[in-house]
Design a protein around this ligand. Sequence first.
Ligand SMILES: *Cc1c(COP(=O)(O)O)cnc(C)c1O
Length: 374
Amino acid sequence: MEKFEKPILVTRPFMPTYEAFCEGLKEIWDNQWLTNNGPVLQRYRSELKNYLETNNIGLFANGTLALQIGLQGLCIRGEVITTPFTFVATTHALYWNQIRPVFCDIEPDTFNLDPAKIEELITPWTTAILAVHVFGRPCKLNALADIARRHNLTLIYDAAHAFGVRVNEKSICHYGDLSMFSFHATKLYHSIEGGMLVFKDPGLQNIFSYLKNFGFKNETEVVMPGTNAKMNELQALMGSMMLNYMDMLIEKKKRIYEIYQERLCDVVGISFSPDPERNVDYNYAYVPALINEHEFGMSRNELHEKLKEYNIFSRRYFYPLLNDLSCYQSVAVSKPLTVAKKVSEQIITLPTYADLSEDDVHKICDILSKIRTH
Ligand SMILES: *Cc1c(COP(=O)(O)O)cnc(C)c1O
């Protein structure tokens, strides 16, 4: 089996044509307005409101700042129950707000926070649950809402992976008290860099606007110590143009996902999560697979290296677990994180992006099968 001539990366941003983007830039040049709630951003915001069917959204420079501001605006304090199987920014955002993360184990099939293991971690200091829709697969929304309601906790979702996901025919942004979406270039949908909060309480709108713009209420009044987390006009232009490609992107990623699944389901030692439930319109943003070392005859780490020989760059996402990072080793873990540990040692995400051809996906599958047999 030949290696790929050019490196196949785990993801690649989709972009509108150069000509179309330049056409859009003309308006920004004419306006001579680059940031601070400009006209392109305002238009983009209303497009998103239509797309998501909610008025309660805020746009930010990136997802991490959006989450930091979300936690700050909701006045979350004390302890927050969260997952160790996520991108570092989820827990970083808690630390930037002086909140203590309490790591809870995950479900083996969805890789999301396990509702059955949350309640034993609740203490008098617990104020919120920060769950992540890992790989865009919805958390157990009802179970989490139920726990949050019974214990009077705020329910926050890191939905960085979940743009475009719908549950019961409405956007996943409608669940929980607040959801953060990332529009980073590596995500399914992007605005170069960017972030969004969607929230239940319309009263938060002004607070988030102040917090992302130094606390300015108007020209002379500064009402809180805000930061600078504004989305600029070029980001808004990209986001707006990319919105037109959402259906196409999901369609393409779905096809890629299906090929991987069909071709690899019989390869011993590689397994996929069960399909999302029937009430979910999934976005197929990632192709996560678990490698069982014993059955596959090679560890996930060895496979990750082996694939590089074929010019295929998979990703161990998420590995290591956050509580194993030197940065968070001092965080006390009171209950075992057995499932999370196992998943982080077995997980590999395979290349998927709109411009990845079906032939190339088949070739990646051929290579994986061949590696398994040898
Ligand atoms: C990408 C990501 C973030 C951070 O978003 P940025 O826009 O890159 O700041 C946070 N959480 C998760 C789960 C992510 O994947």
